[in-house]
Design a protein around this ligand. Sequence first.
Ligand SMILES: NC(=O)c1ccc[n+]([C@@H]2O[C@H](COP(=O)([O-])OP(=O)(O)OC[C@H]3O[C@@H](n4cnc5c(N)ncnc54)[C@H](O)[C@@H]3O)[C@@H](O)[C@H]2O)c1
Length: 430
Amino acid sequence: MDLLKKIQSKDARLGVIGLGYVGLPLAVEFARAGFHVVGYDISDEKVAELNAGRSYIPDVPQAHLADVVKSGHFRATTDPGVLGDVDIIDICVPTPLRKTRDPDLSYVVQAVETIRGVLRKGQLIILESTTYPGTTDEVVQPALEESGLKAGCDFYLAFSPERVDPGNPNFNTHNIPKVVGGVNPQSTEAAVAFYSQVIETVVPVSSTRVAEMVKLLENTFRAVNIGLVNELALMSHRMNLDVWEVIDAAKTKPFGFMPFYPGPGLGGHCIPIDPYYLSWKARQSGFEARFIELAGNVNGAMPEYVVDRVAEALNSNQRAVNGSRVHIFGIAYKRDVNDMRESPALDIMELLKRRGAEVSYTDPFVPELRHGTLNLSSIAEADAAKGKDCAVIVTDHSSFDYRAIVERFALIVDTRNALKGEKSPKLFRL
Ligand SMILES: NC(=O)c1ccc[n+]([C@@H]2O[C@H](COP(=O)([O-])OP(=O)(O)OC[C@H]3O[C@@H](n4cnc5c(N)ncnc54)[C@H](O)[C@@H]3O)[C@@H](O)[C@H]2O)c1
């Protein structure tokens, strides 16, 4: 296979469609390994920033991007024509939900139509966007074959889920094992050879559908376990038990238990969304995915619960929510990232406003907030307590001075156990 030789000699050229949290780290990793990579994105702004060597994703260090731009191994473009010149195309576009919670494949379909216009013999096309089992062979393959070329013989086609965990200091693109499933053995072989160039462990599976289902199992597993532990938190509060102490003790069991932690609700582009891709697809086969729906209900109600806890805290100081000033610490969806997509902090702030509170926030990763009715700027940590009635720790960024938060605020609602070990009547844990 010509392509295999090109991959092994690093002469294969890579095109990445979608330079976001998934596509950019992948593109830069291959460029650093010596491949020539071109990133195609529809955003002029992102393309300009990246070509200037400026990374907007904390997991892609500025210096790494600047190096590969300078060496000519990476460039970004808004011109889809470049995809005709590459040997491998990796699709990393968003897969959100519609308002009805049905999969929105419009970005994937658009990317595939772009490829169809330039597709040529011998190319390897890989879908990385998270999606339901069947997308690659039911949606992507027929659309590409409208070009007259056949998947598996004229070009190779595979699915490989992305498992990147933004902000994780221990695991990134090169040491997270990569699952790969092709539409035929040759496609799997080509995709395995490709990823093996930069990723330590590549795990081939028998089909694109298995690879698609692997990702949904992983994320559904998390959503369901988080739902379980969130319910346990609500239950423990009612029973006057500290759920955090219970989990800490339970996790001393060396087998058969894995700790999950309660929190203010799900956030990010994956856990709140991906399980619905699976339940939607299961419904097509007449199967009701009950755990997914239940976990979604429990997790989706957490922001409301946090607001109830804020009301309880304020009540302990003879204050009502209406007219109170509540300050939120951390609005990104998780620690030490700048991604606000689906962040529960947004719901919590809107709900507090609806009950008449005045809201403000501090987040070193999100200097400005424009979302729904929220139009705010981050307040410096040292000034945050002035005139405020209550602090809510929604996201436990490691840079926050938690000692100072305890000293400066009259009331604190801690949804992350960031103040572990702290005992004070003004502290309300989830
Ligand atoms: N963010 C994560 O932590 C994560 C982890 C694992 C998997 N995923 C999955 O990876 C996929 C991508 O997620 P992301 O977080 O990188 O999204 P993102 O929004 O950060 O990036 C997507 C990029 O694609 C671009 N784009 C959209 N349509 C395009 C088109 N037709 N042609 C070219 N570019 C286009 C956008 O401008 C954007 O830059 C999703 O399916 C997501 O579920 C994300």
